[in-house]
Write a protein that binds this ligand. Structure first.
Ligand code: FES
Length: 337
């Protein structure tokens, strides 16, 4: 039996079906609640139950401690309800966020290509177009795995029904090696989305600096293509970190964009270059950015997407260069490999 969920302080009301988690119900009806792992592990979706009773579901004892359970908190991504409930959530109002209900959509793999020796590009034609903001991610349902895996959309919204995923292989992971070895053209797959709040804060009207590493290039690629297509006049700089030229991908596309858009600058950075003919930057993106910006990042918006070590080093560099935390945006989803 469906019941009602009221979310404070916004006063949003959503219907919750039997067995449906509070988070799933809210997101499917276009109501945002904070989330990251979607599986009871990270605690990002913790909310206080003000009225009614919930079943806590499979909440990890680390993400929701015993004392928090006693105090009436639950994880919205695991909690279900069979009576009307009122919860209180910490919701940051983001004026750049659109309200887009998440959906399940089937699609057919129409192309696969190794973009680097470790990153597989998959192109999937969906049965219906997915509405999303450039930078967001989807859950990809992998046969034989209970939990879907999260991947950022590497295409921009204007590509219609065709989406692109860039999937880095984690050799000791489970799903990514399976995807690399087994997914083939013609396969039918379900995706769910869009999720996440990683997108360009257009209302800020500030020049942008993107940092990308590994398959973390997906979101920046989508966001930059979307901005340039939509006539963005702010300066955009992309630092793309890779070990060597083999690991650098979409370099020609970004160089081409640079030649066509005077407000876009592309700076590939190799950390382990062995090619003496390489004329680009060598080292780490954080150090190169400090050099190019003369250690002064005030007045910019920064968007980071890549391995945690890279992101941490870039955040430190940006803050030392006087960029406030509110102007530094990172992709925050967690997904098992
Ligand atoms: Fe719910 Fe991570 S614990 S989103």
């Amino acid at each position: 039996m469906a019941c009602k969920l009221e979310i404070e302080p916004t006063g949003d009301m959503v219907d919750v079906q039997e067995g449906q988690t509070l988070l799933d119900a809210a997101l499917r009806q276009g109501v945002y609640l904070p989330h990251a792992c979607n599986h009871g592990l990270c605690g990002t979706c913790k909310v206080e139950v003000l009225e009614g009773e919930v079943d806590l579901g499979d909440a990890s004892p680390f993400a929701l401690m015993e004392s928090e359970r006693d105090d009436g908190f639950c994880l919205a991504c695991t909690a279900t309800a069979d009576e009307d409930v009122v919860i209180e959530a910490e919701i940051d109002v983001d004026i750049d966020a659109r309200s887009i209900p998440i959906k399940d959509i089937m699609g057919t793999v129409i192309k696969r290509e190794m973009l680097t020796p470790r990153i597989l590009g998959l192109w999937i034609e969906l049965d219906e177009e997915i509405d999303f903001q450039a930078g967001q991610y989807i859950n990809y349902h992998v046969p034989g795995f209970d939990e879907p895996r999260a991947f950022s959309l590497a295409n921009q919204p204007s590509t219609g029904k065709v989406i692109e995923l860039n999937i880095g292989i984690i050799p000791d992971g489970e799903a990514t090696p399976w995807i690399h070895n087994n997914v083939k053209v013609g396969d039918r797959r379900k995706i769910t989305g869009p999720f996440g709040r990683f997108f360009v804060k257009r209302s800020a009207q500030k020049p942008m600096i993107f940092f990308a590493g590994g398959s973390g290039l997906s979101s920046p690629k989508s966001m930059i293509l979307d901005e340039l297509e939509n006539g963005c006049t702010q300066d955009i700089t992309l630092f793309h970190g890779a070990r060597n030229e083999e690991e650098l991908y979409y370099a020609d596309m970004f160089r081409d964009l640079e030649s066509k858009h005077k407000n876009f600058r592309y700076i590939p950075v190799l950390s382990d270059n062995k090619n003496e003919n390489w004329t680009g930057e060598i080292g780490f993106t954080n150090d190169v950015a400090k050099k190019i910006y003369d250690n002064q990042f005030t007045g910019h918006k920064a968007y980071l997407c890549g391995p945690p070590m890279m992101s941490d080093a870039c955040i430190t560099a940006l803050m030392q260069g006087r960029l406030f935390e509110k102007d530094i945006h990172t992709e925050k989803f967690f997904s098992r490999a």
